[in-house]
Design a protein around this ligand. Sequence first.
Ligand code: SF4
Ligand code: SF4
Length: 161
Amino acid sequence: MKRIAIRNLRLCTKDCLCLFSCPTGATDTENSIIDTAKCIGCGACADACPSKAISLVPVVFPKQQEKTDAVVAALREMAQRKADQEKMVSQIAESTEQDGLYRLMTAIGKSTRLLGADLMRESRFMLPQSEEAREVLQTLADNPPTSDFPLETVKELLESL
Ligand code: SF4
Ligand code: SF4
């Protein structure tokens, strides 16, 4: 299975060991995003990285595990509840003047969002090339929700999937 390296910029501590270890120069880019055209998937950068910021991912993802429509519907319902919960706790956080309560609600909001994202991924959105992901992107491209919506990025994504 052909793999390429990706870098998690949040974990990267910029010590540049991956730049020295990469045989093709794929890690040496202006924007810190590994050049997938140059990457041969050898894994030297991931082995060298002290922050575990680099992972090797398959170029073509394996097929996602099949789920019945009933399971998918239940997952999406739970995801909707998580979105509602996140909205509620963020309203509490915005309205309180107590620092402790603000921090607690903010932490719960972030945790709720992560759970919601996991539920959405499991409900047929795990793979970027899934039909569901493509439909959502196409809907957003056809009807951008805000004036500053990154339409060009979505169009690029659609073309690359
Ligand atoms: S080796 Fe890891 S931490 Fe260092 S620059 Fe590369 S990705 Fe970032
Ligand atoms: S996997 Fe190998 S070729 Fe690809 S970026 Fe890492 S070191 Fe370079």
